[in-house]
Structures are given as structure tokens and as C-alpha cells.
Design a protein around this ligand. Structure first.
Ligand code: NDP
Length: 292
């Protein structure tokens, strides 16, 4: 069994990105990311902090705009519109979740698709489906990179994705079904209404779990030598100082004994999401300046 080390692969992705950042710097361009954080959700604040830190490490520009949870929809739309016009900013990200009185789709539709580094704008979703996407959603794209850097070719393989969210399940399935490099798979998407889930997951050569339920996938649900990508990040109470630990959607201890490759949580998909955000911000800067 081999651990797919997301931290290490993310490091390689960042290393591969440096020459592109340098080439932009030589033209006086510093890729810039603006993150809008609404409310005081501690997990969101941590994610936003990690994204800003990742920018600093790559000598990219970053700006964090913090707003109270009481912000109106109109005010948030105004902020995004002004970032659309801001020449220092090439990537705009509104950290999810937003308070329930804000319509997330309206906010996404306000982001200039050229600066949509989350890849959630319908323009970018459509381009991804056509196999022509430039700004791909970060977590699904990160999963493709994990496979690529681990020399795993999904061509002809049975991939089962458990979870059909717009940010993970559906886009990763659509990337893996493309006629493209690190794709060409036979893909099944399962969800909470799927029947006989174990029969479905047992078919998987590659199983991608994006469910949001701690250790949901157990050893009896997978076949021998399965390749497991665990997207889940779940807080589970424990006796540590923090009072909790992070676990994935897969029961790592037992499933890893049957797997040929598996991602750990933490240290698997998570670091890739941030690395791909950096890639998207650089890509956006290159495109906006007509260099890609
Ligand atoms: P969502 O809650 O949006 O989607 C969960 C999916 O799992 C849904 O499609 C749901 O089905 C399905 N599901 C729930 N229960 C079952 C069940 N019993 N059997 C089969 N399917 C089930 O979650 P996300 O996609 O946003 O995230 C999934 C996980 O990945 C979370 O733990 C999240 O924290 C993590 N995550 C990690 C990221 C990273 O960078 N590492 C990035 C994004 C997410 P239905 O549609 O029918 O409700």
C-alpha cells in the first residue's frame, strides 16, 4: 500500500508554478488573490488564512476582506464588483459558507469569470464540461493532479465517486470522464439515494469519497487493491488539547490494508486544494495580461 502524500505533491505543484510567477514578475505583474470572508466561522477563517499564507510564500499579492455576518447581499455584490475592476486582483474568492440571507449563486454570477479562481461560475463550469476549462475547480483539479503525480492512469478504469456536490462530486466525475490526459475513466456517481451502495463501491478501481461523514467508507465496501481518494474533512471530538481531530470519509485504518494507494486525512486532498488555487490565480493573471 502506498500513501499518496498530498503535502509533497502540493509542494511539487508549487515548485512547478514558480517559473510562471517569475516570468510574470519580469513583466512587472504580481498575481493577486482577494478573499472575502463573511462572518466568524473558525474553519473558514483558518482556510482563508492558509490561502493568504500560500500567496505570501509564492511572493504573490493577497488581500483578505473581512465582513460581518450581517452584511447585505447588495453590499457583498458591490465588493465583488469593485474587485472585478481592481487591476491588482486576478483572482476573487468568496469563502463558503456565506450566511443564509446571502444567495451564493448571485454572488458567484457577479464574479468576472476571468477572475473566478474557484471555477464555480457557470461559464467556467460549462467550459470544464466541454473539456476546454482554464479555471478548473480547485479540489477536483487537485485530485487529478494527485493521480497524475502518483503515475495513476485512470484510462479505462472504473471510478466511483460517492457524493454529487457542485464543488467536488459532479466536477471531479466530469473531469475524469473527459477524453483527456489523466481521465478516460468509466465513471459512476453515487449519492444518498443510491441503492446497494456497497455493490457500487466494490466495483471501483478508484474510489473518490466526498460525503462529509466521518469514516463512512469501510473495508467491506471496497475491493482489494482499490485506489482511494478521501476528500472528507470531518471534526471528531477527542481528548487532545484541541478537543477534536480531523478524519476523512474513509475508515483509514482498515481500508488502507486493502488499498493499493490511499490519501490520508489530513495531508491528502486538502493541501492540493490550496495549491490549485495558486495555480488558478497565476493562470488568471497570465490570461488577463494576454500571456496564455
Ligand atoms: P456536500 O454535503 O455538498 O455533499 C455530500 C454528498 O454526499 C451529497 O451528494 C450526498 O448525497 C452524499 N451523501 C451523504 N450521505 C450519503 C450516504 N449515506 N450515502 C451516499 N452518499 C451520501 O459535501 P461536499 O461535496 O461539499 O464535501 C464533501 C466532504 O469533502 C466534506 O467532508 C467536506 O468538508 C470535504 N471537502 C474537502 C475539501 C478539501 O479541500 N479537502 C474541499 C471541499 C470539501 P445527496 O446529494 O443525495 O444529499
Amino acid at each position: 500500500m502506498q500513501i499518496i502524500d498530498g503535502k509533497d505533491i502540493a509542494k511539487q505543484v508549487r515548485k512547478d508554478l514558480k517559473p510562471r510567477i517569475k516570468a510574470l514578475a519580469e513583466k512587472g505583474i504580481v498575481p493577486g488573490l482577494a478573499t472575502v470572508l463573511v462572518g466568524d466561522d473558525p474553519a473558514s477563517a483558518t482556510y482563508v488564512g492558509s490561502k493568504a499564507k500560500a500567496c505570501q510564500r509564492l511572493k504573490m499579492y493577497s488581500e483578505v476582506i473581512r465582513k460581518d455576518a450581517s452584511i447585505s447581499q447588495a453590499e457583498l455584490v458591490d465588493i465583488v464588483e469593485s474587485l472585478n475592476q481592481n487591476d491588482k486582483i486576478h483572482g476573487i474568492l468568496v469563502q463558503s459558507p456565506v450566511p443564509s440571507h446571502i444567495d451564493e449563486l448571485t454572488v458567484t454570477l457577479t464574479i468576472d469569470p476571468e477572475k473566478d479562481v474557484d471555477g464555480f461560475h457557470p461559464y467556467n463550469v460549462g467550459m470544464m464540461l466541454l473539456g476546454r476549462g482554464a479555471l478548473l475547480p480547485c479540489t477536483p483539479h487537485g485530485i487529478i493532479k494527485l493521480l497524475e503525480y502518483s503515475n495513476i492512469d485512470p484510462t479505462g478504469k472504473e471510478v466511483v465517486v460517492v457524493g454529487r456536490s457542485n464543488i467536488v462530486g459532479k466536477p471531479v466525475a466530469s473531469l475524469l470522464v473527459q477524453k483527456a490526459k489523466v481521465a478516460n475513466a468509466t465513471v459512476t456517481i453515487a449519492h444518498s439515494r443510491s441503492q446497494n451502495l456497497t455493490e457500487v463501491t466494490k466495483r471501483a478501481d478508484i474510489l473518490i469519497a466526498a460525503i462529509g461523514k466521518p469514516e463512512f467508507v469501510t473495508a467491506d465496501m471496497v475491493k482489494d487493491d482499490v485506489i482511494v481518494i478521501d476528500v472528507g474533512v470531518n471534526r471528531v471530538d477527542d481528548d487532545s488539547e484541541k478537543g477534536y481531530k480531523l478524519v476523512g470519509d474513509v475508515a483509514f485504518e482498515t481500508v488502507s490494508k486493502k488499498a493499493s494507494f490511499i490519501t490520508p486525512v489530513p495531508g491528502g486532498v486538502g493541501p492540493m486544494t490550496i495549491a490549485m488555487l495558486m495555480v488558478n490565480t497565476v493562470t488568471a493573471a497570465e490570461k488577463i495580461h494576454g500571456l496564455a
